[in-house]
Design a protein around this ligand. Structure first.
Ligand code: ACO
Length: 427
């Protein structure tokens, strides 16, 4: 393919440069389109639009490949620690032991959240959805840490990064503990990042907390698998909010809100609710398959389909195995796992799903693990947010370092043409 694209608008021909990525994917650079032609493109849902050049995550939806900074998701999930992956995403390379220790130390030094934030948390109704609370508290953190808003130097950026990596797990644990009626604390300085998260969440006030390696390893894996996924809805939100030079915490808070929706991160909660509904209805998976295919029914098979993966979601493969391991190790037999397996088998053999290339996505099995760990359904997407945090940070940092312009799409106006104003008594 030559590196030019030609476009006819009316009788005029225009030439545009093509850009090639390091994995040979090609984009037509239309940044001069409107200036040259006075027309714009329209692409609802940005299905064909690249918003940036990025060196963080590569995914090939046709081949089912996902890599962070060149490393395969399979290798990282198997061999790495979540904090190493966070460092890799944010700074570009895997850390050596010294760098990793320093990173953990800097995070630990910032592992305090202003006590006054508890008052804000307590003012939410106990029934509030944890994602709404998490987004609000992350935004509120800006007021307690004003130095994170206006970042110009590398040092200020580093400080903001370790601060949010330190404080978000505390808030997540608080949101969870409040929902359970447990006292709030600050975790254990002596522990690793993931071990500290599990202790902060699960420790009972009257009982020594003993780490369970299976639980730590499952959470480590889930966090790694969720850590980045290039320009998805929440990440694009973080980048676009940050492009106005809003600070890191404010941008992450917006990302949390975007992740909340059922079509994005909220799908993990929706999957378990769907599986439970099928079980309560008698377990007839065929009935729900028929509903999913019926265009007059709004029901969708949650955890199936993906905007980019049109083969399989490599994360789903890893999580399916992890779910089996966790249930076996914890001695849990969960009937909804059988329902999930039946649904998967039926969907993979059904022409409706096959023709539309709808495969299980990352969220189809993650909820089963969270449920086995006794994490409430409403907290599933919060766990996703905790995993996605390094990705949001890395993408936000890249956007600022590349000095990207403010995100401001255009539109085609289809409303009323000019109308004379009518006074109230004449309408
Ligand atoms: N169940 C039934 N039909 C589906 C499903 C599903 N889960 N997903 C897509 N379809 C159908 C659509 O109805 C459409 O059919 P049509 O061509 O006959 O009109 C076709 O497949 C294409 O679907 P779109 O919605 O156009 O695909 P899009 O790329 O816009 O959406 C999405 C992707 C949102 C993930 C969709 O597949 C979906 O809603 N899945 C369920 C929710 C889910 O699991 N989300 C998590 C995604 S992973 C993540 O965010 C971490």
């Amino acid at each position: 393919m030559n590196n030019k694209a030609n476009l006819n608008v009316g009788n005029q021909n225009y030439e545009f440069e093509c850009i090639k990525g390091s994995e040979d994917e090609v984009a037509i650079d239309i940044s001069s389109l409107r200036g040259k032609t006075n027309v714009i493109t329209i692409d609802p849902g940005f299905k064909n639009t690249g918003s940036c050049k990025s060196a963080i995550t590569f995914l090939d939806g046709e081949k089912g490949i996902l890599r962070y900074r060149g490393y395969s998701i399979e290798d990282l999930a198997e061999k790495a620690d979540f904090l190493e992956v966070a460092y890799l995403l944010i700074f570009g390379n895997l850390p050596n032991q010294e760098k990793l220790d320093q990173f953990l130390f800097d995070i630990k030094e910032n592992s305090i959240v202003d006590e006054d934030l508890k008052k804000i948390l307590e003012s939410f109704p106990k029934s509030a959805h944890p994602m709404g609370v998490l987004s609000s508290l992350t935004s509120a953190l800006v007021s307690f840490n004003p130095s994170v808003s206006d970042l110009e130097s590398k040092e200020e950026m580093y400080n903001a990064i370790v601060k949010i990596l330190a404080k978000l797990p505390i808030i997540v644990a608080w949101v969870y503990r409040r929902a359970k009626g447990l006292p709030l604390d600050y975790g254990d300085y002596s522990l690793g990042y993931v071990e500290n998260i599990t202790k902060m969440m699960f420790k009972r006030p009257n009982k020594e907390y003993i780490q369970n390696d299976t639980i730590v390893s499952a959470i480590n894996k889930l966090l790694i698998l969720h850590a980045d996924h290039e320009q998805n809805c929440s990440t694009s939100t973080v980048r676009i909010v940050g492009s106005s030079h809003a600070g890191l915490f404010a941008s992450v808070s917006a990302g949390i809100s975007a992740l909340w929706g059922r079509l994005h991160g909220g799908a993990n909660q929706a999957v378990i609710e769907m599986l439970e509904a099928i079980e309560n209805d008698g377990g007839d998976t065929k009935k729900f398959m028929a509903k999913a295919k019926d265009k007059s029914d709004s029901f969708r098979l949650m955890g199936f389909g993906h905007r980019v993966y049109k083969n399989f979601d490599p994360r789903a493969k890893i999580i399916k195995v992890a779910a089996d391991e966790v249930l076996k190790e914890l001695g849990i037999t969960d009937p909804i796992l059988e329902i999930a397996k039946d649904l998967e088998k039926e969907a993979l053999a059904d022409p409706y799903f096959v023709d539309r290339k709808l495969y299980p996505n990352v969220d189809f099995y993650s909820g089963i693990i969270y449920k086995a760990l006794e994490i409430p359904n409403e907290m599933f997407t919060v766990m996703f947010a905790l995993g996605r945090l390094p990705g949001w940070i890395a993408q936000w940092k890249e956007m600022r370092e590349n000095k990207e312009p403010i995100g401001r799409p255009r539109q085609i106006y289809i409303g009323e043409k000019y109308r004379d104003f009518l006074d109230l008594d004449l309408r």
